[in-house]
Design a protein around this ligand. Sequence first.
Ligand code: PEP
Length: 254
Amino acid sequence: MRKNIVAGNWKMNKTFQQAEELVAEVKDLMEEHEIKHTEVIVIPPFPYLEMATDLAQGSPLKVGAQNVSDHDYGAYTGEISAPMLASMEVNYCIVGHSERRKYFREKSKALAEKVKQLLNAGITPIFCCGEDLEKREKGQQEKVVERQISKALFELEPDDFSRMVIAYEPVWAIGTGKNATPEQAQEMHAFIRKIIEGKYGKDISENISILYGGSCNAKNAKSLFKNPDVDGGLIGGASLNAEEFLKVIRGIPA
Ligand code: PEP
């Protein structure tokens, strides 16, 4: 069954105390506004995960990580593995965010490994894909996204693939204040669903959640989320304030 999901990627923001306050505020607002039909996820920096999972306990709020190692344990100084995340009751993890692809040169082979590590540990990967401005201007957005998805994910068995969440995040929209139009988002999400159907069949493609990310905020969330193939959002800047994040969450059709 396709889930509506709104996930807040905090990136490298907030002190521990600010993070604690924000998790508590999101949790309280969810309760106050009876947010039940949307899976809400906070994705703070690594050192705050345990605090977040502790605070989220007993509430519907879920917690995600921003990255994971492609190894399960060993001499990889500075890395965090999927079994470690699972032992802190982390539910989701972003894989292949464009910032990691760009600044940390993450490539499809390593991303495929990260996805496998997460699935083995029982954590849901949120796999990011999306074209940069140059490719969009050349009309090559479908080619880019098809390659990113097929290279990193199409070795998965159908049962494993069905546990994925996909986030379409055009790079030109991330942190720029220039979101994709609802039409552009719908077109790309329908395309992603089509290539998934080609590989794994209609049942899996119809049931997988595909999120939109890129300057999605309180003002534009509703028009983006009302599209039939947009199942929610991966939210950066607008997730750093609880009231604004709540407005984004409430953009999901009732
Ligand atoms: C992101 O980092 O995934 C993102 C979508 O950021 P923003 O909402 O700030 O564009």
